[in-house]
Design a protein around this ligand. Structure first.
Ligand code: COA
Length: 162
């Protein structure tokens, strides 16, 4: 197992400054961070997966040790296929910690070699969520405090047509 590489999975629908906080910090710990756009069956997607990948690529453009991929199956299976033994997840508070702990345990049952590392969200990003960004976008609010500048026009354009 390769410990110098981690997987940061999520829906990234769209990528926010909260996600970027975790990606940057993980990139400072691991040699390589693989950012994986995975499918959360409990969420109805807003942006097509290709668009989410494109926005992530541009937002992470300055980070040389970050790779962006998508995967349609189980997270545990992806880590086996990629020989990755560490998954990174951001936690904003006790609510996240509760659900993330369940997810980490299930993933470890599916792949006993897998560890999940929790990073607490930075104070300035702890209130951000992708659904909040989508809601603000639908009302035409200023998104600059919440999303990377590289993807701001894409999000505004998507909601202008809704
Ligand atoms: N700061 C601010 N916001 C953050 C954040 C941070 N550090 N970390 C997460 N968020 C927000 C996101 O914006 C998102 O907001 P939303 O709920 O309004 O959309 C929410 O917290 C969590 O989203 P995200 O981190 O993108 O993950 P997710 O919960 O949507 O995705 C998967 C979970 C995709 C990793 C999970 O469903 C999965 O592994 N799917 C593959 C299938 C599988 O293996 N299932 C079994 C899992 S046990």
């Amino acid at each position: 197992m390769n410990h110098s590489r981690c997987l940061y999975p999520g829906s990234f629908d769209p990528v926010t400054l909260g996600h970027m906080d975790i990606i940057r910090r993980a990139a400072g710990i691991f040699d390589t961070v693989v950012v994986g756009v995975l499918h959360n069956p409990e969420k109805q997607g807003c942006f097509p997966v290709e668009k989410r990948l494109d926005m992530l690529r541009r937002a992470c453009g300055g980070l040389s040790n970050v790779e962006i991929i998508s995967y349609g199956g189980l997270l545990a299976q992806l880590t086996k296929e990629m020989d990755i033994s560490v998954v990174v997840r951001g936690v904003r508070g006790v609510g996240d910690l509760e659900s993330e702990t369940v997810m980490a345990r299930i993933n470890r049952q599916l792949n006993p070699a897998l560890e999940t590392l929790f990073l607490p969200a930075s104070p300035e990003t702890g209130e951000i969520s992708a659904s909040m960004v989508r809601q603000l976008a639908s009302f035409g609010a200023d998104l600059s405090p919440y999303v990377p500048p590289q993807v701001l026009p894409d999000i505004l354009a998507a909601f202008q047509h809704k």
